[in-house]
Design a binder for this molecule. Sequence first.
Ligand code: GLA
Length: 408
Amino acid sequence: MANHFFRDFIRKPLGRNENMGNDAAKIRSLFKQTYGDVEGIVIGRAPGRVNLIGEHTDYNDGFVFPMAIDFQMMMAARPRFDDLVRIYSADYNHQIEFSLDKPIQFDSGNPWSNYPRGVFSVLQNAGIALRGADMAFTGNVPQGAGLSSSAALEVVTAIVLQKLNGFVKTAPELALLCQQAENKFVGMNCGIMDQFISMMGCQNHALFLDCRSLQYQQIPLELGDNRIIICQSGVKHNLVESEYNKRRQECEQGVAILSKHHPEIKALRDATLTQLDAFKQEMDEVVYKRCRHVISENNRVLESIKVLQQGDLDSFGNLMNASHDSLRNLYEVSCPEIDLLVDLARKVPGVIGSRITGGGFGGCTVNLVNSSAVTEFSKEVTDIYRQTTGIEAKMYISTAAAGANIVE
Ligand code: GLA
């Protein structure tokens, strides 16, 4: 998303997002420019996320461990007295409109608009009466980087609409509706992780989520002298959606075979590696590999929570590394650029763990790095990455941010 926050981020690659305090003022002035005045507006924010471990487990009823990051979507909105909805995207410098008295249509000409459109649509389908609204938003979550800018846009739309219309839904219920917007309206068959963490994130904590029961625990991120560094590869391969949906189907094929023998296996979450190995012969090799990743990744998440609670960061780093290797070799959702970033990172002394994060096929790596090694890490990795690929990788130190809220 081309906006001035993002340019700042490129200029100051290892900084934090220093614009947080100005974001409300910025969105207020954007709203004023677009709609004339700011009388009666509501302002909301929702963050992007980085997943520390637990990849491609959410849609297998498994465990994830993401944290919200300090890059976010901000939205200002005001109710109208008719059915018209106008939404202005500052980052695309474009406004769309639709009416709530007709079925809301998918807009292939303005893909960004389908996230808020989808949220309107699922809320209406859930029987919630919505008023028309004038809305404007902007964001600094890098787009297409696997940091959940779309979930952040869905979530900020949902909380702002809740405030404008006064309906009663809990935060997890709203997260589920946002996931539905993405599944049913946008057409991306994602799991619940991104919307849930954007909604429920907690400062200085990562969220341990059971994606079946939606029970969760906020785990304090006590990293001592270490930092979480997100490294953006600058690549996004077009495979994300088709390969993502294919992976889901392969997991379902695995479950179909396992459940014939063990009817209690309803999802890969319920299977053990021993059970999987017992029926390996009945499975296509690819299906076996996918299942092996998911089952072992769930185990790694559980193990991560345990070692982090013991303050054993080295073991957590090893689990991050093992997660990447499994995503690369078994789940096959990495790509050469990301593998290069991970390999380069692991060569730097003081790097405790490095892995791909998010859906895959590009995007970002997440790295646990001793603070004494941050400068060398940043230089070594970006220099060799640039020499090899011609791409400027972007990095920033990330702290765990709070989940979505109404700012005013
Ligand atoms: C994307 C999806 C999530 C999750 C991850 C992989 O980010 O939106 O639901 O499946 O990929 O862990």
